[in-house]
Ligand binder design. Structure first.
Ligand code: MG
Length: 259
């Protein structure tokens, strides 16, 4: 069931998402060679709690998961697509690319956002992957207007990604997708990063969704590690992920996760 948010809930989401973006950009500043992924997680939790908010992923156990997620921040390095678990022994190296995915609860409402950043200097191929993934998110957001359907978002993302394939093909991850967000971390509708125009649920003002393309330098296929959380590209090539929480309005979509 798709939940249309009330004006009061939207105002809380605006505040919470602004806080979230503030935290995530602060965590981004800490990304450097020699830092452990656990260091980033500890820092993220500290500043979320200082703002009076609550980490949403910590101990989150979606239906079907064998264990709750054990951290605040999902940290996915290189071939890890999403849901990487922070670790004291995972030390960032020059040239890595690292996805930081974070969710919070603010006055009872959930928020969600992700960015992928390079550690020091990385390859041209990786930089291009980051650029195309981030731009594809904006293209998806641009398609998220009232009257359009969920399939129009995925269609726009896929079309854009294919237009960028000059000498480099990109795998668009299909088993993971964006989603409604607000009353829960994951709500309807499911928002795939590929699709057909004019299909799926209709977008109406008051809907809040997270759009989150995940692009790989190789195959679109992914595997899950023995920890039951970490999604990894099947061919172990790098992957990038960008996500924003947005509000469908009468006019242009409003990006909520911004500072
Ligand atoms: Mg999400």
């Amino acid at each position: 069931m798709i939940i249309i948010k009330t004006p009061e809930e939207i105002e809380i989401m605006r505040e919470g998402c602004k806080n979230l973006a503030t935290v995530l950009y602060k965590v981004k500043e800490k990304v450097a060679v020699g830092v452990s992924t656990k260091d980033l997680d500890i820092y993220a939790e500290k500043i979320i709690r200082e703002m009076g908010d609550v980490p949403a992923f910590l101990n989150y156990r979606p239906e079907g998961a064998s264990t709750p997620f054990p951290a605040t921040l999902c940290v996915s390095v290189n071939d890890e697509v999403v849901h990487g678990i922070p670790s004291k022994t995972r030390i960032l190296k020059e040239g890595d690319i690292i996805s930081l995915d974070l969710g919070t609860k603010h006055h009872g409402m959930f928020t969600d956002m992700a960015i992928t950043v390079p550690v020091g200097k990385t390859s041209e191929k990786n930089l291009k992957l980051l650029e195309v993934t981030e731009k594809s998110l904006q293209v998806g957001i641009d398609a998220a207007v009232a009257g359009n359907r969920v399939g129009d978002i995925g269609y726009a993302i896929e079309k854009f990604v294919r237009s960028q394939e000059k000498g480099q093909k990109y795998g668009i991850v299909e088993v993971l997708a964006g989603h409604g967000v607000g009353k829960a971390i994951h709500e309807d509708p499911f928002v795939p990063n590929f699709g057909k125009k004019g299909t799926g649920a209709k977008l109406v003002p008051g809907m809040i969704i997270a759009i989150e393309p995940m692009l790989n330098l190789g195959t679109k296929n992914v595997t899950i590690d023995d920890d039951d959380w970490t999604f990894r590209t099947a061919d172990r090539k790098p992957s990038a992920h960008f996500e924003k929480t947005i509000l469908i309005t009468e006019g242009d979509p409003e990006i909520l996760t911004k500072v």
